[in-house]
Design a protein around this ligand. Structure first.
Ligand code: OKP
Ligand code: ZN
Length: 343
């Protein structure tokens, strides 16, 4: 399959992140994408192509207009007031706030950011837009008849909701691609999120929708980020009732346990009979991941891809997490190769 990749990802780059009360070496670093790219070439997965440029319409089809305008202008406003230093929120609106716009970039940052994981830098908007372009180009390739494509997106996207960002994410690449599929004629689209962390942004975006099924296998939010969302009893609302499936697992879950949840997710997707599948591909389920607590091994990843491939659906893979630097390439490409072995 083709990989869609943009060098602009490297514009989102910080040395450190705030983790458990300390500034530590950042986990979500440009090298992650470079190592996945290197493994794609080593494994001969297929051609690597640059993304096409899309306008903002597909972004605005899932994200709130004021939120998008904020992200686009945040660096300019912040750096004009504070100087050319990374913008981190340090204040958030209390519950029941009236959400009246302010004139201060720091206050606006806290309105839209849900945590300190996603600093706004000079190149953040360009990097986030390039990641969206990768996902949309992959979707377009699939609409043109490719059976599968891999959007090597960075920064990741699945924690970005309609009007919020966080968890290393800014714009929800997978959700934007899923909506693009709908707008280009797919009647039903499924999103399968196999990143270790719950795809809260994707759930948020499609929660009241019957045309997009969202399925996520993840660390139980009672003990894992994003904590406040991702519980098993969140099943969708309104027209979307029954169209969200959360499959949380406790810390320490091994491939046997994980695999059983994958089976439930795949069964639900098959019953939904979508025209297109988007896979939020995180490999932070790996036993050596530094911020995660599942116990999958490298030998498990080809099987994951093969089982997804057995659905027989046109499938767009979108890169999300994975922080065990030495294994991210091998594990991510193993899923993709496994998928192709099912075809
Ligand atoms: C992004 B993706 C918890 C720190 C959480 C943010 C994690 C974002 C993961 N102690 N930091 O889903 O891989
Ligand atoms: Zn993750």
């Amino acid at each position: 399959m083709k990989t869609i990749f943009s060098e602009l990802h490297s514009l989102q780059s910080v040395e450190t992140e705030f983790y458990r009360g300390k500034w530590v070496d950042a986990f979500e670093i440009p090298r992650r994408a470079e190592l996945v790219l290197a493994q794609i070439e080593r494994a001969g997965l297929g051609p690597v192509v640059a993304p096409d440029s899309f306008d903002l319409a597909p972004v605005l089809a899932v994200h709130d207009r004021d939120f998008v305008r904020f992200l686009e202008t945040a660096w300019q406003a912040w750096s004009a007031e504070v100087g050319p230093i990374p913008a981190y929120p340090n204040i958030w609106p209390p519950r029941r706030s009236r959400m009246i716009p302010t004139r201060r970039p720091g206050a606006e940052l806290g309105r839209y950011a849900v945590d300190m994981s996603s600093p706004v830098l000079e190149g953040t908007w360009a990097a986030a837009r390039a990641a969206v372009d990768c996902a949309l180009t992959g979707a377009r390739l699939i609409d043109a008849g490719e059976g599968a494509a891999f959007a090597l997106c960075r920064p990741p996207g699945h924690h970005a909701g309609r009007d919020y960002f966080g968890g290393y994410c800014f714009l929800n690449n997978a959700a934007i691609a899923a909506q693009y599929f709908r707008d280009s004629g797919a009647r039903r689209v499924a999103v399968l999120d196999i990143d270790y962390h719950h795809g809260n942004g994707t759930q948020d975006i499609f929660y009241d929708r019957a045309d997009v099924l969202t399925v996520s296998i993840h660390g139980d939010p009672v003990q894992e980020y994003p904590y406040y969302i991702g519980f098993a009893d969140e099943t969708g609302e309104g027209a979307g009732a029954g169209c969200n499936l959360n499959l949380p697992l406790p810390w320490g879950a091994d491939f046997t346990a994980w695999s059983a949840e994958l089976g439930k997710g795949l069964e639900r997707i098959a019953a939904f009979a979508p025209d297109r599948l988007v896979v939020s591909l995180g490999v932070d389920t790996f036993e050596e991941d530094p911020i995660s607590h599942f116990r999958l091994r490298s030998a498990d990843y080809p099987q994951i891809g093969r089982r997804i491939g057995e659905l027989g659906l046109p499938t767009l893979f979108v890169m999300e997490g994975g922080y065990a630097i030495e294994a991210i390439g091998v594990n991510a490409v193993a899923v993709l190769s496994g998928f192709e072995s099912a075809g």
